[in-house]
Design a protein around this ligand. Structure first.
Ligand code: NIG
Ligand code: FE
Length: 420
C-alpha cells in the first residue's frame, strides 16, 4: 500500500528526543509512505515514491496531515463501575486523598471490579479500548491494579493480554498490585508488601512462562505516595521485581515527594510518572537518566489542581519527557491523547511539536518500544493517523474533539465508519 499526497508527513525521529532536539518533526511536504505487510518499507516525497512504486495499491491522503499513531504509556484501562459520586464530593471540597483515606477512591473501584462478572469487566474495558483507538491511540500501556489480590490481579492481566490479542489497540501490560493497600490489609501494609514480593511476583513469573512465553515480562509499577506505599516499601517491591527480571515503572510525586522518582532512576526504571512535586535536583537527574519522565496533565486537570509537571524544565535539563493520559475512573477518565497534547501546550507550555514528540516517539520509549513504534521510519510498525486537517498544529490548537480521520494499525486501514 502506498500512502501519498500527505500535505505534511510528520516523520519525527527514529530515536527518542531530548533537550534542544525535542520537537524535531522532520516533516516531508507532499509526503508518501510505502507499507509492506505490517511494516513501513519506504518514506519520501509523493512524486518520488509514486514513480518508484507504480504498481502498488494506492491510498490518497488528499492533502491531509499524516502522523505516527499516538502511544499512551500510562493507562489504568481495566476497571468496572464509576466514581461520579466522588467527583461531586470533590467539587464540594473533599480532597482526593481524604476520600481515599475514608475507604473510597481506588478501593471503591477495587470493590466494583472484584464484584464484576468477568464478561462484563471485559466488555467495559473493550469499549474503552475501542474508544481510545478511534481517538488515535494505536498502542497503550495498560495496568492491572483494581484487583489487589492474586486471583483478581491475574484475571486483569489475562484480560489485558486477551484484548491485545484481539486488537486493534496494541496493549503492553503492567502489573500494579501495589496500587493501594487493600482494605483487608488496613494497618498491615508491610504484610501486603510481603505478599506481593513473596507470592504474587514469583507466581506471575511462573504463569508467564507457562502462558505468555515469548512476550517480554510486564512492567511492575508502584504507587509511591503518602497513603499508598512508602519509599521503603517501594524499594522492597522493586528489588524483588528486579531480581525476577521485571522492568520497572513508578507513580511518584503526584501529591507529595517521597523520593520515588530518584529511586526509579537509581534502579533503571523504564519511566517515572506524574512528577508534579519533583525537586529541582531530581529534574537535573532526569537529564542524565535513561528513565523517561512521564507527565499526565489530565490528572491535575481532572482534580482541578493548579500545579502540573515542570515539563519545560525537564526538557531544558535534557530529560526524556513523554506524555500519557492516565485514563482511570478516579482522577482522569479521559483517554484522548489529542486532548493531552492540547492541554500540555497550555498548562505546561510545550510547543505543539514538543507535545507531539512526547506523545509518540518519547511515549514509545517510556514503554521501551521505541525500536518499533512512535515515528514514521522504514522498519518500524506501520501505525499511522490520517488527520482531518492539513497541519498537525491543529491537534494542539483545537481541543475537546477528534481530528483523527482514518487509522493504519500494523498496516491495516481502519476507516471512519469502522472507527465509530
Ligand atoms: O494515576 N495515582 C494512582 N492511580 C491513579 C488514580 C487511580 C484512581 O483514583 O482510581 C492515578 O492518578
Ligand atoms: Fe496512574
Amino acid at each position: 500500500m502506498l500512502i501519498h499526497s500527505a500535505a505534511q508527513l510528520v516523520t519525527l525521529t527514529a530515536q527518542p528526543q531530548r533537550g534542544s532536539r525535542m520537537g524535531e518533526l522532520n516533516i516531508i511536504p507532499d509526503g508518501a509512505v510505502l507499507i509492506e505487510g505490517e511494516t513501513i518499507a519506504a518514506v519520501g516525497a509523493s512524486r518520488e515514491l509514486l514513480e518508484r512504486y507504480p504498481h502498488e495499491e494506492r491510498y490518497d491522503a488528499g492533502g491531509r496531515a499524516v502522523i505516527p499513531g499516538f502511544v499512551d504509556p500510562h493507562t489504568h484501562l481495566i476497571w468496572a463501575g464509576n466514581r461520579a459520586a466522588e467527583f461531586e464530593m470533590r467539587l464540594e471540597g473533599k480532597s482526593y486523598m481524604e476520600i481515599m483515606a475514608a475507604g473510597g477512591g481506588i478501593q471503591s473501584t477495587v470493590n466494583a471490579t472484584r464484584a464484576a462478572a468477568p464478561a462484563d469487566l471485559l466488555a467495559q474495558t473493550r469499549a474503552r479500548a475501542r474508544e481510545i483507538f478511534a481517538l488515535g491511540t494505536t498502542t497503550a500501556e495498560g495496568k492491572t491494579g483494581y484487583g489487589l489480590e492474586w486471583e483478581s490481579e491475574l484475571k486483569e492481566m489475562q484480560m489485558l493480554l486477551e484484548l491485545d490479542r484481539q486488537g486493534p489497540l496494541e496493549i503492553w501490560p503492567t502489573f500494579l498490585p501495589a496500587h493501594a493497600v487493600p482494605s483487608e490489609y488496613t494497618g498491615r501494609a508491610d504484610e501486603y508488601v510481603a505478599l506481593i514480593c513473596d507470592r504474587m511476583l514469583p507466581e506471575l513469573k511462573s504463569w508467564w512462562a507457562a502462558n505468555a512465553a515469548g512476550r517480554p515480562l510486564p512492567f511492575v509499577d508502584v504507587f509511591c505516595e503518602k497513603g499508598a506505599f512508602s519509599l521503603e516499601q517501594t524499594r522492597r517491591i522493586f528489588e524483588s521485581a528486579q531480581s525476577l527480571g521485571y522492568p520497572l515503572k513508578v507513580h511518584a510525586d503526584e501529591f507529595e515527594n517521597l523520593g520515588g522518582a530518584r529511586l526509579a532512576m537509581q534502579m533503571g526504571a523504564a519511566s517515572a510518572d506524574h512528577l508534579v512535586k519533583t525537586s529541582p535536583e531530581e529534574i537535573n537527574l532526569f537529564g542524565k537518566s535513561p528513565t523517561a519522565a512521564v507527565a499526565l496533565p489530565c490528572t491535575p486537570f481532572g482534580l482541578h489542581e493548579a500545579e502540573y509537571t515542570p515539563a519545560k524544565e525537564i526538557i531544558e535539563k535534557g530529560g526524556l519527557l513523554a506524555l500519557a493520559s492516565d485514563l482511570n475512573p478516579g482522577t482522569a477518565w479521559c483517554g484522548n491523547m489529542q486532548f493531552v497534547v492540547a492541554l500540555a501546550c497550555r498548562a505546561m507550555r510545550l510547543t505543539p511539536a514538543q507535545a507531539l514528540a512526547a506523545a509518540t516517539i518519547n511515549a514509545a520509549a517510556a514503554i521501551r518500544r521505541e525500536e518499533a513504534l512512535g515515528s514514521i521510519h522504514p522498519g518500524k510498525q506501520a501505525d499511522l493517523l490520517v488527520l482531518a486537517v492539513d497541519d498537525y498544529r491543529h491537534l494542539a490548537y483545537r481541543f475537546g474533539g477528534s481530528l483523527v480521520q482514518e487509522i493504519f494499525k500494523k498496516g491495516q486501514l481502519y476507516t471512519k465508519t469502522q472507527l465509530c
